[in-house]
Design a protein around this ligand. Sequence first.
Ligand SMILES: Cc1cc2nc3c(=O)[nH]c(=O)nc-3n(C[C@H](O)[C@H](O)[C@H](O)COP(=O)(O)OP(=O)(O)OC[C@H]3O[C@@H](n4cnc5c(N)ncnc54)[C@H](O)[C@@H]3O)c2cc1C
Length: 412
Amino acid sequence: MRRRARIPGFDADVAVVGAGIVGLTLAGALAHSTPWTVTVLERAPVAPAADDNEPDPRTLALTVASVRLLSAFGAWQRLPPAQRGPVRRMAVWDARGSGRIEFDAAEVGQPELATIVENRRLLAAVDAAVGGYAHVRRERAAELTGFEVDTTAVTLALAGGRRLRVRLVVGADGAGSRVRELAGIDFIHTPYRQAAVVCVLGTELAHDETARQVFLADGPLALLPLAQAHTCALVWSTTPEHAQRLCALGEADFCAELGAACGHALGRIEHCGRREAWPLSRGRATRYVGERVALVGDAAHVIHPLAGQGANLGLMDAAALAECLGHAHEDDRDPGGLATLRRFERWRKGENLFMQMAMDGLRSLFAADADPLVRLRNTGLGLVDGMRPVKAAIMRRASGVAGDLPALARAH
Ligand SMILES: Cc1cc2nc3c(=O)[nH]c(=O)nc-3n(C[C@H](O)[C@H](O)[C@H](O)COP(=O)(O)OP(=O)(O)OC[C@H]3O[C@@H](n4cnc5c(N)ncnc54)[C@H](O)[C@@H]3O)c2cc1C
């Protein structure tokens, strides 16, 4: 790959605002597959530590496609196997009926459906991998406060008064995106009146590399297998009041309430780590691009975590944008040019909307309390469980290997 020299008058070709999982992955994908120079700006002063012994209550279920992408630029290899929990099987059931569906990765010829990782450890691995590329600069305590666009550049203003001139600014700055706001892009945002309680748990029975999700009256409760046989991550979506109460309970009472709520699927809950409650909402930007601006990840779309897809969609945005910018470089085009950015938007917007609607549909179906609907969905679960081709299609979609994948996320 031909390395670019910095163009005089520019601090970098691309500025990525936000060093969350999506922003860092975009930087890694760009560095690996294009010669564009990149600056990552993150307002938090300190990078996530990989060697902190306390488990991070926040975990991510990464799809097969996301793992391929993270491997492509050398991040996945930095995460030791003891920090990766493979999901080989999945069981989903309705607490208000007998409907149940089970999935097995072997049925679609894959070693796993997903991998569960702690957020902080994954971020540290991606950050370290990105640090190995000479044409990426990472800046911390660097908060974007404003920008101005002209015909050739975008000038960014940082808190403290510093200015940076680049050719494209990418908002990877999360649901409350400042980049989106400064670009005048509308965000349709709807709170769900739900919050998710997350923590890491020790269980009496081994999880057998199986993810379990039970739909309760107030929302889904997921027990996700981590690398150790008796350790799971919890994502329990419920009312905000209940979530608050769950976080305030003593450990023994919390473990007892959780054990009962999941029908003691893993025997006794023996202990749990720090609990956090995250408010849940959905949101979508009406546009992903503007003049010299693009949005990726939660800055562009926020979805319910019930199928663990939010970050995965963001990672595919990152890979798709890196690929479009790679083509722009090959054709000697401006990375901030609207034609390049629109190609990225056409590629990702429909895909993300489809997933958002699917999650909303599932959420509403399982929230319904009326008897006929409860009967219908339980019968439906049982029926689908017997249909191998339908299950195979669901598994391929859930593990991210279906659809129009960017090259870095395809099997190599
Ligand atoms: C309970 C829960 C469980 C979830 N589970 C899963 C799962 O299993 N799988 C999955 O795929 N997804 C999951 N998600 C979704 C996932 O967590 C998000 O989609 C993902 O973290 C979004 O990443 P991001 O990098 O786009 O944004 P963020 O993680 O929000 O990162 C944005 C970054 O930008 C920085 N920033 C913001 N403003 C500025 C500024 N002005 N200047 C500089 N920096 C700035 C922030 O400090 C931050 O570091 C879950 C979500 C929740 C709530």
